[in-house]
Design a protein around this ligand. Sequence first.
Ligand SMILES: *Cc1c(COP(=O)(O)O)cnc(C)c1O
Length: 366
Amino acid sequence: MNLQNITITLSETKKEKPQSDQLEFGKVFTDHMFIMDFSTGLGWHDPRIVPYQPITMDPASMIFHYGQSVFEGLKAYQTDDGRVLLFRPEKNFRRLNQSNDRLCIPELDEEFVLEALKKLIEVEREWIPSAEGTSLYIRPFIISTEPFLGVHPSSSYKFMIILSPVGSYYKEGIHPVKIAVESKYVRAVNGGTGTAKTGGNYAASLKAQEVSEKIGYSQVLWLDGVEKKYIEEVGSMNVFFKINGEVITPALNGSILEGVTRTSIIELLKHWNVPVTERKISMDDVRQAYLDGTLEEAFGTGTAAVISPIGEFFWNDEKLVINDGKTGELSKKLFDTLTGIQTGKLADPLGWVVEVSKENTFSVAR
Ligand SMILES: *Cc1c(COP(=O)(O)O)cnc(C)c1O
């Protein structure tokens, strides 16, 4: 499949774009979307950019019953000199195919869908906000569409990409969050779907999130599903600790999602010669470091917030306050550096950003 096959149908009308200081996360969507269909026999076919609109689905579609679906999340940034940058997008499409494999969804051509995304972004270029901290959030996803109530992999799917202009995650600057350690519910187990980006993991996480919010904590820290001892993730982010000068993140263990931000932070710390280790780390280890006075910083990492400093853990009726509840020096430096690279304000020493080309070489069907 090559790019010339993508048909483009432009919208007759354009929506009003929100003010950049009023952007929220994932509430407003742009004028167009990308769709491609899969059916057994035809494979992935009919790639197209069309006006953003509802889709009609058979109520028996398998997605509604058994949740066979996957998604991704990444961002496009507008630079001060008007260029459009993506941050390591090939990693998102690589991971999408890994999620596909786990969910028995047919593989996509990663290069083709990245080119399709760039094309969609070119069409929606005016939607990319440029104010400090804003970006265009990109949500690629796949749903199973076969109308059948039997439990087996669907014979048909839709791959879609929708776009949403989003505001700064930190309206009053980067600030720490309070986290409740979850000892009852688990997010994922080894052998389950924790390493895949699939909606079911999020559905399974809602209950713990709701309970923690009721007691005044914004996210939960997930422990391993077997011993409930070892740290896995925080909310829907990966998690890092700085203990006695060493940066530690839980090693990938078959239930942790491998974040692009996580990988980038490990690579950046190595580039800076800061000691960084991927290993098993228990909540007891963290509490001991807290008691010893060596727990210097903790932070979550993910595309939405980039770095989310942690000011307090609540565990077994005990409050572990980190760095006086203030953002740590390393957390701030990582946030400034990553966002600086993503928005083209800082040099990109590890070759991470991908520029969306400006040429328009495609025919437009109306
Ligand atoms: C998406 C996600 C992350 C973060 O991944 P990034 O690629 O860094 O955005 C971490 N944990 C979970 C469970 C996720 O779904």
